[in-house]
Design a protein around this ligand. Structure first.
Ligand code: SF4
Length: 147
């Protein structure tokens, strides 16, 4: 079977191909805290629309209406790629890296991703329940930037 992500550049993918790159890990729906120097720190506080068990958006089609600050992953927003999880297929392909071996496109399901601890399953709280974001920083180590 042809692996389209190995033969088609991100810029040339159709909508279905582009959407299928998302493994549904949910980490891009989890907030980061930014300090005065622009460093970003990962928290465990997620958008209220996320399914905390499965990691997907429960209002995917209307998410931009419901959450104006939500951004579509896009080549028009290249500044977002360095802050996405190192396992994210969009980020990896953007930096000419292979997608993870547990990716649903390779395994046929999300099981290996969840079982391997690569998704938000069991690791996040909704922002409506979280309180102060500073109390939810996972590590006071800035998110690693590639560039
Ligand atoms: S971080 Fe990447 S792979 Fe994970 S949910 Fe967001 S877009 Fe999809």
């Amino acid at each position: 079977m042809e692996k389209f992500w190995e033969t088609t550049a991100l810029a040339d993918m159709n909508e279905a191909q582009w959407e299928s790159l998302c493994d549904g890990c949910g980490w891009c729906c989890v907030h980061m805290l930014e300090d005065d120097d622009g460093n970003l720190y990962q928290t465990d506080v997620a958008c209220d629309l996320i399914d905390t068990c499965e990691g997907h958006c429960t209002q995917y089609e209307s998410r931009f209406d419901l959450v104006p600050e939500c951004n579509k992953v896009s080549l028009n927003l290249p500044e977002a790629f360095p802050t996405m999880p190192e396992s994210c297929a969009y980020r990896r392909l953007y930096y000419k890296q292979p997608i993870p071996e547990w990716h649903p496109l390779l395994t046929g399901s999300k099981d290996a991703m969840h079982d391997g601890g690569h998704s938000v399953r069991g690791r996040i709280v909704h922002e409506r329940e979280a309180g102060d974001l500073e109390d939810h920083v996972l590590a006071w180590t800035p998110v690693r930037f590639v560039e």
